[in-house]
Ligand binder design. Structure first.
Ligand SMILES: Cc1cc2nc3c(=O)[nH]c(=O)nc-3n(C[C@H](O)[C@H](O)[C@H](O)COP(=O)(O)OP(=O)(O)OC[C@H]3O[C@@H](n4cnc5c(N)ncnc54)[C@H](O)[C@@H]3O)c2cc1C
Length: 426
């Protein structure tokens, strides 16, 4: 019997260490120096690097990668259990070497890069000696890749890239940018002439590529392989975000429960008011439904592939955003006026819900994927009535008793009477 919801004791020990380390080391750093993980300043690095060293020592660095690429090779299920903890803390993924967009970029480099490309970019990325960004979305439309126009044209020993990209996360902090062109994905060093980063937006950059020249070996994977690589890249990223969304939901839930037990109104602690209990009960059930969906998906990836799990990954993507939205809203509401300030993490969690719905492809597109994939397993019914139409089904079922009824005509009378009694409800 393989359905098992328990965690091996040895791995539980690692989870306990991650939990303790995050509470005792990561959270204090995040509260006092929230941007330190993305700074090159030696004083900040002196605070961050020892924490990364501890993670490496524990064999938990780059937890999303297989052993041959320098990760622990945990697979997705174990990764999910770790992400459920580290997802509580914004900077923890950087401390554990699993920060997007580097993670997705490493995955496609590992899968499609030449040995030379891996030497040059994958291993430095893995060690976080360099940072990367991913330029896919364009200002005129993000959901439909057929609208993208950025193109690379071959000119002698070089590719010349022209186009405009929008919402390249951490673009200005990166060393290299993976640029999706209509004819392939190219790795472009950020300092390349012709690459211009607009002033706004600040975090998710708007970048103009004007006659940007890169050598031929900066094409990643096959020419015209952009869509295949992009799918591969985003599939993994989406499930990782969903794993970390569980952590955010749990944090909001913990906050909600603590507050509900701490405040009084109309003669009782607010946890005793039934509508507050309803908010807690719904949140509890929704978080666990999301969690089971995500863990099942992670397990499916481990036992098949990301591609074979795409329906489940898509379902995780929009469900995570929805559960986060509902739970964060309820927590804010139970916090009352304090909930609407930015003095607790709740406002950021609430804002993260619509962000999650848009990033990595808008929810609608993923719902279409799920509906289409699911419908492939169904056929229209023949004739006028659906296959669960009782009168037709019963008529068919009677054939099974044809011999018995012919031997004993009383059975026909019984069957007719029961059918008449069942009537419309069968
Ligand atoms: C926090 C964040 C980080 C991001 N980081 C990156 C990054 O690093 N690199 C990168 O390239 N991009 C990045 N993006 C961009 C992201 O991938 C796009 O925002 C996303 O693909 C949607 O594209 P869009 O914003 O152009 O919205 P649009 O495509 O214009 O969609 C807007 C709305 O139109 C409707 N819609 C669109 N298509 C459909 C459809 N098929 N069916 C029904 N309704 C539809 C939906 O209501 C949708 O929300 C990031 C986005 C966010 C929010």
């Amino acid at each position: 019997m393989a359905w098992d919801f328990s965690t091996e004791p040895e791995f539980q020990e690692q989870l306990d260490w991650v939990d303790r380390f995050c509470r005792e080391e990561v959270e204090p750093l995040e509260l006092v120096f929230p941007f330190a993980v993305r700074m090159r300043d030696p004083k900040m690095k002196a605070l961050v690097d020892p924490l990364k060293a501890q993670v490496k020592e524990k064999g938990l660095w780059a937890i999303f990668l297989d052993k041959d690429l320098g990760g622990p090779g945990f697979g997705q299920l174990k990764l999910a259990l770790i992400n459920e903890i580290i997802g509580r803390y914004g900077i923890a993924p950087s401390i554990f070497g699993c920060q997007a967009p580097d993670t997705g970029n490493m995955e496609i480099l590992a899968a499609y890069g030449t040995e030379e490309q891996k030497e040059r970019w994958l291993y430095p990325l893995l060690n976080q000696e360099i940072w990367s960004a991913y330029s896919m979305t364009e200002p005129q439309g993000g959901s439909d890749p057929n609208l993208f126009t950025t193109v690379a044209v071959r000119d002698g020993d070089e590719w010349v890239i022209n186009g405009e990209k929008w919402f390249t996360s951490a673009g200005r902090y990166s060393d290299i940018i993976f640029v999706m062109c209509t004819n392939g994905i190219f790795i472009v060093p950020r300092a390349t002439p012709g690459l211009e980063i607009m002033d706004e937006p600040r975090t998710h950059d708007h970048i103009i590529y004007r006659d940007v020249r890169v050598p031929l070996d900066h094409l990643l994977g096959p020419e015209d392989g952009a869509k295949v690589l992009a799918q591969r890249r985003l599939g993994g990223g989406r499930i990782h975000h969903a794993m970390r969304a569980i952590a955010q939901c749990r944090r909001a839930f913990d906050m909600m429960c603590e507050r509900a037990l701490s405040r009084e109104s109309h003669g009782k602690v607010i946890a005793e008011h039934q509508m507050v209990q309803s908010a807690i009960a719904d949140s509890y059930a929704e978080i666990n439904m999301l969690r089971l969906l995500v863990l099942w998906t992670a397990w499916t990836i481990d036992n098949s592939s990301t591609q074979a799990s795409r329906t489940q990954i898509a379902a995780c993507k929009y469900t995570a955003a929805k559960v986060l939205r509902e739970v964060a809203y309820r927590a804010i509401h139970i916090y009352g006026s304090l909930g609407v300030t930015n003095l607790t993490p709740l406002q950021a969690m609430w804002a993260a819900a619509p962000t999650m719905s848009v990033m990595d492809g808008v929810d609608e597109v993923h719902k279409v994927t799920v509906a289409r994939d699911v419908l492939k397993n169904y056929r229209p019914h023949e004739g006028l009535w659906p296959s669960e139409y009782f009168p037709a089904k019963r008529e068919e079922a009677r054939k099974k008793f044809a011999q018995a009824m012919s031997d004993d005509p009383d059975l026909i009378i019984y069957a007719d009477r029961m059918a008449a009694r069942a009537g419309g409800h069968g």
